[in-house]
Design a binder for this molecule. Structure first.
Ligand code: HEM
Length: 454
């Protein structure tokens, strides 16, 4: 007689040992980026952290990313982040976890981000790039915080293209407010315990103040447009005119604020950080600068680049792509939630597990990227890219892929071409680049550089 044993449950993914009641919260003492990269190196492509009763899974393999973001996406919906990123962005396109209402938001906004539609905004991007050249030119020979300048120009572009507004004068307020806000949210994600927002702790009060700065700007954008009665054919008009298919009603003020806030926030800081990292890598790779200049000088013959030039600047694009590989502005996707008990790569994933896909780790995975830590734009030109489609996903994948991909690539390449063709950048004496993850990946201490005109 044979007896069949009950199937053994799959094991849980490995990870640092924790102690009651905080679990492995200690692993995050040096920040989220440090915990997730060193966890990956130590434990492998799926790492489990337990923080005071919450489980965080870090996904660092393209197969697993494909499953979480695309093939098994129904099992891994976006998590409700009302007490995380939602504190900053409200319930807009990035944070909405209700599939049906997200889908109608996405369908309504998508046309604004098609390549052909964006091409009609090229002149606005080119004008913003020219303003950047003027600002940097006026500071030539001095030490400039590149991070601040990149925030200004991307803010200029997102507000001009999507909201037909000039907010350049507010950039000095917006940059620090967004940085403080995202740092606060990141701290809550990795902390074992966060005081409710209603408690008047110094951190809560500081966050509320900074968020107030951003909210006031967004409110003004909407109020001014409503008061003017004008139509500009931009995203703001689209949002103001949107009607619910069933009820015929427009958006509530709160919905409208959240959508504007989301595009405003998600639409400038990521691109600013990417350009900051691009300036940094260029300052470390004179050989890459020389090849970039050869391309730019040949194609532009001394004039400023336009969006129409971009197809003729493949090396510029490769530098941007390689920057996004090593320094993905979204180093992990926003959290997914295991909707029920499931498995991933032979590991058990209990219901309610928080799943983060680490683009940062996947982009440096040695099984997919030879000399993964080396900055080598030629990977993108010479057919040496990994065969796995999910080995490179700076803009995410699947239904929740970045809506701003085309805009980010267009403005990123345009600004990179503008900067490299006009200026030289040298890091300030003694500067050391340190990475920090505050939702987005950023240069922890900014990027002070001496800018000289070519
Ligand atoms: C270099 C620049 C950028 C990077 C690296 C980036 C990266 C990403 C990534 C990885 C996601 C997916 C997150 C997830 O799956 O959880 C995402 C979503 C999103 N991004 Fe971007 N992004 C960039 C620029 C932009 C721009 C310029 C805009 C807006 C104009 C934008 C708006 C959004 C929105 C609204 C979503 C949510 C889409 C949805 O869930 O339907 N992003 N972005």
């Amino acid at each position: 007689m044979t007896t069949s044993l009950p199937p053994r449950p799959l094991p849980l993914a490995p990870g640092p040992k924790g102690t009651w009641p905080l679990g492995s919260a200690h692993a995050f003492r040096q920040g989220f980026l440090h915990a997730t990269t060193s966890g990956w190196r130590q434990y492998g492509d799926l790492v489990r952290f337990e923080i005071a009763g919450r489980t965080l899974l870090i996904v660092s393999h393209p197969d697993f990313a494909q499953h979480v973001l695309v093939d098994g996406a129904a099992t891994f919906p976006k998590r409700d982040v009302r007490f995380g990123l939602g504190l900053l962005l409200g319930n807009g396109l990035v944070t909405n976890h209700d599939h049906a209402s997200w889908l109608s938001q996405r369908r309504m906004m998508q046309p604004m981000f098609h390549k052909a539609r964006l091409a009609t905004m090229a002149h606005k991007m080119e004008a913003a790039a020219a303003r950047l050249v003027d600002r940097l030119g006026a500071q030539a020979g001095r030490t400039v915080d590149i991070d601040v300048e990149m925030t200004s120009v991307t803010l200029d572009i997102i507000t001009q293209t999507m909201f037909s507004a000039d907010l350049l004068g507010e950039a000095g307020k917006v940059g620090p407010a967004v940085a403080a806000g995202t740092r606060f949210v990141q701290a809550r994600i990795q902390a074992p315990f966060s005081p409710p927002m209603s408690w008047p702790t110094p951190a809560n009060k500081a966050f509320t103040r900074q968020k107030g700065v951003i909210d006031a700007i967004v409110r003004r954008l909407v109020d001014e447009r409503r008061a003017s009665g004008e139509t500009k054919g931009d995203l703001l008009d689209m949002l103001l005119e949107a009607r619910d298919e069933d009820t015929g009603e427009g958006m509530t003020d709160e919905q409208l604020r959240d959508e504007v806030l989301t595009i405003f926030g998600a639409g400038h800081e990521t691109t600013a950080n990417t350009l900051t990292f691009a300036c940094w890598v260029l300052s470390q790779h004179p050989d890459v600068v020389a090849r970039l200049r050869e391309e730019l000088d040949r194609v532009l013959a001394g004039r400023l680049p336009t969006v129409a030039d971009l197809p003729n600047l493949p090396f510029t694009r490769a530098v941007l792509d390689e920057t996004l590989r090593l320094y993905p502005a979204a180093p992990v996707t926003s959290p997914r939630r295991a909707a029920h008990d499931t498995e991933l790569g032979g590991w058990r994933v209990p219901a309610e597990t928080n799943v983060f896909v680490s683009t940062f780790n996947i982009h440096r995975h040695p099984a997919f990227w030879p000399n993964a830590e080396t900055f080598d734009p030629d990977r993108f030109l010479t057919g040496r890219l990994p065969a796995h489609r999910f080995a490179y996903l700076p803009f995410g994948a699947g239904a929740r892929k970045c809506i701003g991909t085309n805009l980010a690539v267009m403005e990123g390449a345009l600004l990179l071409a503008t900067l490299a063709s006009r200026f030289d950048f040298q890091p300030a004496e003694g500067f050391r680049m340190e990475l920090e993850q505050t939702i987005t990946l950023r240069a922890k201490n900014g990027l002070p550089m001496i800018v000289t005109k070519r």
